[in-house]
Design a protein around this ligand. Structure first.
Ligand code: SF4
Ligand code: SF4
Ligand code: SF4
Length: 437
């Protein structure tokens, strides 16, 4: 084994104190690289990230080969686990062009160690995917996250290009192209004012028309300071996690709870084991006594960082703002930034800042106050830090208690949790067969 293969040695000859590594560094972490920064070919009306362009005035917004190699080598070298994810996100990462990603793959081959298992992921709006992209993604085993908000009229409400034109047709084309090429993809669907009241239409569209088998739902909560207009004029002002009100594009807490409950009711009757809804899987883990699998529902966080095009590393994708910049990986090794007291404090604040109402909440084990970015309300007793979506989560987690307990019990017996579907169907049957009138 060469020195480079020893745990505690950063590639590119940057030694890291083993003490730092063992004391603070998590066993697994996730870095989302943004090779074009905030640059995107679309102009989704709710996009909080486009405004991050103002953080880098005059920048070409293209990741250099130096930063690219620092990212690949350090993310591989810094993992204690043999499982490494190389993740790309935006803005729109495909704007870098295929040649950039081919160079990235060559660097992966150069730096990976025997026995490592690598996963490549890319989050894209899909509008630029063509045959050549699909061939590349398939050949290199990428898992694609495709952003789509449901059927045409719901998707096109907010997901438009720079000229304000709808994008649904192009995203559908990308999905069909990936299916033809055998590229696995997940749907990332944001839930907002336009689609939140249509949960079954959205879910059935993904399941039945698109043939998706993995879906993520993300609530749109766009905070706005009292003094700011919703769009802030033509140029988007820097979006920061400030303000106690939300735009009218945001999902309401009760709507979010209803959306999740309605999709869950459909899923638990028909699709357990067939369609993977990330939020339900996370909840099932919690009902099984395991940590929730999504960072937003975990007790602490801080293991999912964002890397800007110039090598700046931030605490989280949702906190790409000056106060949360940890440093630059071309100056300080990523592992050192990861394991810094600042990053640790960021992750632990998720637990330590929970208001009393959350600490005493019966569904805390599954919710944990959700993401700190949404904790800008006051609890009934006046304590700050309650999650804006609280009412929705309380209703949703309360509503799914029985089927979740059934699934957890099935798993504990070594049985397939999809057997819950029969139980649900039987529970439904007498109600459905009840004579009318
Ligand atoms: S595709 Fe993504 S990055 Fe681009 S504008 Fe839409 S939400 Fe923002
Ligand atoms: S701030 Fe929110 S999104 Fe970011 S890592 Fe923590 S829980 Fe996850
Ligand atoms: S449901 Fe509400 S009170 Fe309960 S943990 Fe979640 S945010 Fe806190």
């Amino acid at each position: 084994m060469s020195l480079k293969d020893e745990p505690g040695m950063m590639p590119m000859g940057q030694p890291v104190e083993p003490a730092v590594w063992s004391r603070n560094a998590p066993s697994y972490f996730h870095v989302m690289a943004k090779p074009t920064g905030a640059i995107c070919n679309l102009d989704c009306k709710y996009c909080f990230f486009l405004s991050k362009e103002v953080l880098y005035p005059g920048s070409p917004f293209r990741m250099s080969d130096e930063v690219l190699e620092a990212y690949i080598s350090q993310v591989i070298g810094a993992q204690r686990s043999s499982r490494v994810t190389i993740a790309w996100q935006g803005g729109e990462p495909t704007l870098m062009g295929l040649a950039f990603f081919k160079r990235a793959m060559a660097l992966v081959r150069k730096h990976m160690r025997p026995g490592m298992s690598l996963e490549h992921t890319i989050q894209t709006n899909g509008t630029r995917l063509d045959e050549a992209w699909c061939k590349f993604l398939r050949e290199n085993d990428f898992l694609v996250g495709l952003s789509m908000d449901g059927p045409r009229r719901l998707h096109d409400a907010y997901r438009v290009d720079k000229a304000g034109r709808p994008t649904h047709g192009k995203v559908m084309r990308a999905a069909r192209l990936m299916q033809r090429h055998g590229v696995p993809f997940n749907i990332l669907c944001t839930v907002h004012a336009a689609n939140a009241d249509h949960p079954l239409e959205v879910y059935r569209f993904f399941r039945d028309e698109l043939g998706a088998d993995f879906v993520q739902f993300i609530p749109i909560v766009e905070r706005v300071a009292e003094s700011a207009g919703e769009d802030g004029g033509k140029a988007r002002p820097l979006y920061t996690q400030e303000g106690e009100s939300v735009t009218d594009r945001s999902v309401c807490p009760e709507q979010w709870g209803r959306f999740l409950t309605t999709v869950f009711d459909e899923w638990v009757r028909h699709d357990v084991g067939k369609v993977f809804v990330q939020l339900f899987e996370s909840a099932l883990a919690a009902w099984c006594g395991l940590p929730p699998t999504m960072c937003v529902f975990a007790e602490t966080c801080g293991n999912a960082l964002a890397l800007e095009h110039n090598g700046d590393l931030y605490c989280c994708d949702h906190f790409v703002e000056p106060a949360y910049r940890l440093g630059n990986i071309t100056e300080t090794p990523m592992l050192e930034l990861m394991a810094s007291d600042r990053q640790r404090a960021f992750g632990q604040a998720k637990r330590d800042a929970l208001p009393r109402v959350c600490r005493e909440c019966p569904v805390k084990f599954a919710c944990n106050g959700e993401c700190p970015r949404n904790r800008f309300m006051r609890a009934p007793d006046g304590e700050p830090g309650l999650n804006y979506l609280c009412a929705g989560y309380k209703a949703f987690f309360g509503n799914i208690n029985h089927p979740m307990r059934s699934m957890a019990a099935l798993l504990a017996q070594g049985r397939d949790p999809s057997a819950v579907m029969r139980v649900q169907a039987e529970a439904q049957a007498p109600h459905q067969a009840a004579p009318q009138g």
